[in-house]
Design a protein around this ligand. Structure first.
Ligand SMILES: [Zn+2]
Length: 449
């Protein structure tokens, strides 16, 4: 058993060091942080490789070799962070201050907390192995990428393109889930096993151009407004995937609100008799609604350049997010049927790539659940379909079973500081996260601790 107090102190110190590297993306400048992580791994005798896709950008790979009986496990985190509005912070976002039981800093939650927890897991595993003289049943591979916050083209996208051999693995742990404290210390760990696919659809209204002094009935902006009104009343059909079924079935076990709990059970009931009513209750919560159906959000509007000129077209951009296995063409077909306004076209302008779901009943999923229950016997561990996009989709397309866990128990209010002001991680949650990842990895890689 590792000495928890010493491990906690070391974790805090390492996360502070990691936060002090300003890896705001753009420009990222992750190389310096990659060199620090490399030295931390090397000092304990762990093999490392640094790859430099562009000047000052880097990916770091560290590997503890197993006996090869099973295929590797990847521990993934990104090194870059989003920018800060410095004036709105009460702490220096790149100092790593500890105050009142919290560690403050940009990236404390997303994703440097996980980076530090993954690093500690590697170090603890290596120390366990040195002490016991045993070998792991599979390689455990530490992967720190750049550029995730700008889409990952230079980061995980580049790695997949140029070094897929380094990513050969059965499983991966990444960000993308959450450990949510909901009520009186009750907690659920949502393990992301699949994600929605993001597409761009453009709705364009056409009309006659002319001088604004002579109003025209087919004004493109008027047409676009009526088309948007029609689209905004459209609701995509309810679709229950395997993962959302399990999500609601298990969440019902701990959910405090009676009406919502009943709706969760009705929704997954095999008879499906009360599913439409249950959908009405649950879809009032936007994050639930977003996992129950394809999502359509208007995001950009364009039309006209000058106050006295009627433009011949105007358009609105929709971000359409489909559930795995749902056809974008079918969804767009439904949108076209909804828009009866004349002179309006609905076109797909950017099509996302489908990624398979990871198995919510795998040995890795079980290892995560067991490690979580050891720390908190009452925690509900639920598979989760995320509405956001992570690097895990790229890994899943390579055939890796990737799982998203944000292993730090937090109330929603702290989670919302992610990408916001005064981002911070509760120290207790940080330590929980290290023990959770270490526990899950030790189980799946056959380490005695
Ligand atoms: Zn992130």
């Amino acid at each position: 058993m590792p000495d928890h107090e010493r491990v906690s102190a070391e974790t805090i110190e390492r996360l502070q060091r990691i936060i002090r590297f300003d890896t705001t993306n753009p420009p990222g400048n992750e190389l310096a942080l990659a060199l620090y992580l490399e030295s931390a791994l090397k000092d304990e005798g762990i093999d490392t490789t640094i790859l430099v896709p562009q000047q000052n950008r880097a990916q770091l790979i560290g590997r503890i070799r197993g006996d090869g009986n099973e295929r590797p496990l990847i521990l993934l985190a990104h090194m870059d962070v989003v920018g800060v509005q410095r004036a709105s912070w009460t702490h220096d976002p790149f100092a790593g201050d500890v105050d009142g039981g919290y560690l403050y800093g940009r990236g404390a939650i997303d994703d440097k907390g996980m980076l530090a927890a993954n690093l500690m897991t590697m170090l603890l595993l290596k120390r366990d192995l040195a002490r016991t003289g045993q070998k792991l049943s599979r390689d455990v591979v530490f992967v720190a990428t750049c550029d995730e916050e700008s889409g990952g083209e230079i980061g995980m996208g580049w790695l997949v393109e140029n070094h897929p051999d380094l990513l050969d693995a059965e499983y991966a742990l990444n960000e993308g889930g959450r450990t949510r404290i909901i009520d009186q210390g009750r907690c659920y760990l949502a393990v992301q096993a699949a994600e929605k696919i993001s597409h761009v659809v453009t709705v364009t209204a056409h009309g006659s151009a002319g001088h604004a002094a002579v109003p025209l009935p087919d004004n493109a902006i008027g047409r676009l407004g009526r088309a948007i009104a029609q689209l905004s009343r459209h609701v995509e059909p309810l679709v229950l995937t395997d993962i959302t079924r399990q999500f609601f079935a298990r969440l019902a076990g701990i959910w405090p609100n009676q009406v919502e709990r009943t709706a969760m059970l009705d929704l997954v009931d095999p008879s499906a008799a009360r599913a439409p009513d249950a959908d009405k209750v649950l879809s009032q919560t936007p994050v639930f609604n977003a996992v129950l159906r394809n999502g359509i959000s208007p995001t950009v509007i364009e039309g006209g350049k000058q106050f006295n000129v009627i433009p011949d077209s105007a358009c609105v951009v929709l971000n359409v997010r489909t559930l795995p296995g749902q056809s974008l063409d079918d969804a767009v077909g439904r949108l076209r049927a909804v828009v009866t306004e004349p002179g309006v076209t609905v076109e797909i302008t950017q099509r996302g790539i489908e990624a398979p779901a990871s198995d919510p009943n795998s040995a890795m999923f079980d290892a995560i659940a067991e490690a979580a229950h050891e720390l908190d016997p009452k925690i509900a561990v639920v598979p989760y379909l995320s509405t956001g996009v992570t690097d895990s989709a790229r890994l899943r397309r390579l055939g890796v079973q990737a799982y998203g866990i944000l292993p730090f128990p937090m109330p929603q209010s702290d989670e919302e500081r992610m990408h916001g002001n005064d981002e911070r991680i509760p120290l207790e949650s940080l330590h929980f996260g290290v023990r959770l990842i270490h526990g899950a990895v030790a189980r799946i890689a056959g380490a005695r601790t």
